[in-house]
Write a protein that binds this ligand. Structure first.
Ligand code: NAD
Length: 373
């Protein structure tokens, strides 16, 4: 069977999730192209070698410049913090590689636009890893909306809540530094919620937002006796307008004590509603006004049947799947896109649009006004 050689840059959280996806995809799906896990890249030789052995990569490398220029590599998978996405993606595009990049696409709209220009100029396939689109229940929500089952869409209510930095003694990781992460809860998790909003409801045209940083200084990771300034938001709350007339809210926080990965949305339309919660990702709550009046109300659909999106590849109905499967579905769709030379979604165009909305939210928060996207 034809194969493609993959190189992964970054070997920590997303590095592990992506490695697992590349390893498992051919064991459950039958992609037209088989991925070969050729090389994993990080900056520390000992750690990256250990990661290669544990995660199943043939080789370990310490300089991404060499990796993106290797003639035997077909796909560059970028799983590093946002401050290196643009540089790596642009070099990879220039070298003619397929570019798969973690979200948010970049740290600024300008960088994101440069990345899009580079992949378009090179004529290569590109994709951004908004993996939550590929939870079967989210895909089912999309099918219901596309089939007109919810009618005209009035509301998107997205909340992405975590609490991992609520403790002020959590060190000043890269995610809390603007030069490395671009923004805080906004770019990290509101970006996912707004990607789902764009995927399910439509384009966002206007935003009114507020940002807050509750803990302004934190211990330095390598010297806990000293503190440094937190330069990103801890939480964001936004009102958004859609091009189809819908009104929405997108809230993201790392200070929602007790909430871990509460990526939830509810969509209300003229004929019905759907609600999804990533922490119960095998289920979709559905309300349809066309249901018999005597049993009308929200009901919970277990989205694990073979006729549900992606589920034919997995287990018998009711044998649930988890977080890591969303990445397997994502790389499966990327492999099929490469095999058929069709651009997958979400791609860098979506990444740029997402970044524009994030920038509008930041501007709105700074000026205390509605801002057009
Ligand atoms: N799709 C999702 O659900 C999801 C979840 C978490 C993070 N992310 C995104 O994934 C990206 C990485 O986040 P993470 O949580 O894996 O971070 P992490 O800190 O766990 O890992 C970052 C990795 O990048 C490596 N790295 C950093 N700079 C490098 C460089 N110049 N060259 C080579 N390697 C370098 C680090 O050594 C580390 O292995 C970010 O863009 C983040 O927003 C996405």
């Amino acid at each position: 069977m034809a194969h493609v050689n993959v190189a992964l840059i970054g070997y920590a959280f997303m590095g592990r999730a992506h490695s697992n996806a590349w390893r498992q995809v051919g064991r459950f799906f039958t992609p037209k192209l088989t991925p070969r896990m050729k090389v994993i890249c990080g900056r520390n030789a000992k750690n990256v070698k250990q990661a290669a052995d544990q995660l199943g990569w043939d080789e370990a490398a310490t300089d991404w410049h060499d990796v993106v220029n290797r003639p035997d590599i077909d796909i560059i998978d970028i799983s590093t913090p946002g401050d290196s996405h643009a540089e790596i993606a642009i070099a990879a595009a220039k070298a003619g590689k397929v570019v798969f990049c973690e979200k948010p696409l970049a740290n600024t709209v300008r960088e994101a636009q440069q990345m899009l220009a580079a992949v378009q100029k090179a004529g290569v396939i590109h994709m951004i890893c908004h993996n939550y689109r590929r939870a079967p229940a989210v895909m089912l929500a999309r099918q219901l909306i596309e089939g007109g089952k919810l009618g005209r869409l009035y509301h998107y209510r997205g909340t992405y809540l975590q609490d991992w930095v609520a403790d002020p003694s959590v060190p000043l990781y890269w995610r809390l530094q603007k030069d490395k992460a671009g923004s805080g809860a906004l770019g990290d998790i509101a970006s996912h919620s707004l990607d789902l909003a764009r995927f399910l409801v439509g384009e966002i045209t206007e935003v009114s937002a507020a940002l807050e940083t509750f803990v302004k200084e934190r211990p330095l990771p390598d010297n806990p006796k000293k503190k440094g300034p937190v330069t990103v938001d801890d939480a964001s709350a936004s009102i958004v307008r859609f091009d189809n007339g819908g009104l929405g809210t997108i809230e993201a926080s790392r200070f929602a004590t007790g909430r871990k990965n509460y990526n939830r949305f509810e969509i209300n339309g003229s004929k019905g509603s759907v609600a999804f919660d990533m922490e119960r990702m095998n289920e979709l709550e559905v309300y349809l006004s066309s249901d018999d009046k005597s049993v009308q109300g929200f009901h919970t659909v277990m989205v694990t049947e073979p006729h549900h999106p992606y589920f034919k590849a997995w287990w018998p109905a009711g044998h649930i799947i988890g977080y890591e499967h969303t990445f397997i579905h994502t790389v499966y769709d990327l492999l099929e896109a490469v095999a058929t030379n069709k651009m997958p979604t979400p791609n860098f165009e979506d990444g740029v649009q997402n970044q524009r909305v994030l920038a509008a939210m930041e501007k709105s928060a700074a000026t205390k006004r509605w801002v057009g996207v």
